[in-house]
Design a protein around this ligand. Structure first.
Ligand SMILES: Nc1ncnc2c1ncn2[C@@H]1O[C@H](COP(=O)(O)OP(=O)(O)OP(=O)(O)O)[C@@H](O)[C@H]1O
Ligand SMILES: [Mg+2]
Length: 237
């Protein structure tokens, strides 16, 4: 018992994400838009953290940087102890596949693949064995109530089921962090609550989750809440 609680404490202290002074501007021919003006953020293993902020405040921009889908102009960013400053495109791609799970408002499922194939896709891209892929996707389909839907295509699913597939896919490679951009944005209240419950249940696997959202109900499941305002992150009281 003691050793378990000590282990949990140590894991809690492990830094998964560290951003210091991150700046990002978008330049067009007529103007420069300073979206991020020195973002500082540290997230530890097992935490569920939200970032809220007005539309256009830079939440998706920040999530894209954290997800290594976009670059930053200055500052420092490390994920799971890896400094991202000088990574090649190929290294970023590997880190994205191995360490980051993405959940988007629009689900981003591949329409020509079944539920099972969508969930297995990130494992497939890492060339994991078929046997391992099937074992892992079966576990996840059971966890998210999708077992009877495994051979269905996204268009044959309800909206809530599609989002559950996208969460299962985000988890398939056991990432160090799940990044969610408005995960409940396209859902009605009941389906949104189901997704929040599923995300909250991931606590028992010590999964680290960063959620960007406008939905204040998120606070039911988060450990810490931040606001992105005027290009900086502020912790909410
Ligand atoms: N590729 C781009 N080129 C130029 N400007 C951009 C680009 N992407 C985003 N922006 C601008 O940067 C600002 C921040 O956009 P971002 O999408 O990060 O906001 P957001 O906080 O996610 O908003 P929302 O809540 O509406 O999703 C906006 O003013 C947007 O117009
Ligand atoms: Mg956005």
């Amino acid at each position: 018992m003691n050793s378990i609680s000590t282990k949990t404490m140590n894991q809690k202290e492990e830094i998964i994400l560290q951003l210091t002074g991150i700046e990002k501007s978008y330049k067009t021919y007529s103007e420069t838009l300073h979206v991020l003006r020195g973002v500082d953020l540290t997230i530890h293993r097992g935490e569920i953290v939200s970032i809220m902020g007005p539309s256009g405040s830079g939440k998706s921009t920040l999530l894209n940087i954290i997800g290594l889908l976009d670059t930053y102009d200055s500052g420092m960013y490390s994920i799971a102890g890896i400094d991202t400053t000088n990574l090649t495109r190929k290294q970023k791609q590997q880190i994205r596949l191995q360490k980051i799970g993405f959940v988007f408002q629009t689900f981003n499922l591949i329409q020509t693949l079944t539920v099972q194939q969508n969930i297995e896709l990130p494992m497939n891209l890492l060339r994991k064995s078929q046997e391992n892929q099937h074992k892992r996707s079966s576990e996840l389909m059971a966890e998210f109530g999708l077992t009877t839907k495994k051979k269905k295509f996204p268009y044959q699913l309800s909206i809530g089921e599609q989002q559950r597939v996208s969460i299962a896919r985000a988890l398939v490679n056991n990432p160090v962090i799940i990044l969610c951009d408005e995960p409940t944005g396209n859902l009605d209240e009941e389906n949104a609550q189901t997704i929040l419950n599923h995300l909250s249940n991931l606590k028992r696997f010590n999964t680290t989750i960063l959620i960007v959202t406008h939905n204040p109900s998120i606070k039911q499941i988060t450990d810490r809440n931040f606001i992105l305002s005027h290009g900086k992150i502020e912790q909410q009281a």
